[in-house]
Write a protein that binds this ligand. Structure first.
Ligand code: SF4
Length: 186
């Protein structure tokens, strides 16, 4: 797929029928945030609230993400937030590999436009799609790798932390690392 400017990319996603999630979604969730963000957070896919509002991370998991960002001195307005798939999988199931494959070029296009210095994979689905299909979130989170000058790290998805609050502490350690890395950039 040739790289598109942001507006054209948004319109293409809005009318996309490349996978069956287009049939069941309410709204496509493109992603949002600072177009000059140095850090981009990538989750799995829209949930119920996101599907209804057409915005990423606006439900309980989103509120937790906002608090985690604040805790390390980051504002949501400073970062960019997107997902691996832009349409909600029914009943919040994990997106199928075919759906991920269909949608990932859009995310890659977004990354090329925003050009973040750091990409944070939120949860195993994002880490498997972006870092390595065999990624194990519990064993491999919090470790930096670098690709084409972009630093990449994975941590727990806020929804996973809501299900298991013991994940909060290690996730906050990762968020502190991310902030330290960001501070080195500026
Ligand atoms: S999830 Fe992505 S590929 Fe599938 S219909 Fe939505 S925008 Fe298109």
């Amino acid at each position: 797929m040739a790289l598109l400017p942001l507006k054209e990319l948004y319109l293409e996603c809005l009318h996309c029928t490349k996978c069956d999630l287009s049939k069941t979604k309410t709204n496509m969730v493109f992603g949002e945030g600072n177009l000059k963000a140095k850090v981009m957070f990538v989750g799995e896919g829209p949930g119920r609230d996101e599907d209804l509002q057409g915005r990423p991370f606006v439900g309980r998991a989103g509120q937790l993400l906002n608090k985690m960002l604040e805790e390390v001195g980051l504002k949501r307005e400073e970062v960019y937030i997107a997902n691996i798939v832009k349409c909600r999988p029914p009943n919040n199931r994990v997106p199928l590999q075919s759906e991920i494959d269909a949608c990932l070029p859009y995310l890659r296009n977004q990354v090329a436009i925003i050009a973040p210095k750091i990409i944070v994979c939120l949860g195993a689905t994002a880490a498997k799609a972006i870092i390595d299909k065999n990624f194990k979130i519990t064993a491999m989170r919090g470790q930096w790798l670098e690709r084409k000058g972009v630093k990449i790290i994975a941590t727990y998805h806020p929804a996973a932390i809501l299900r298991d609050p013991e994940k909060l502490e290690p996730a906050m350690e990762d968020f502190k690392k991310i902030k330290e890395e960001l501070d080195k950039l500026s």
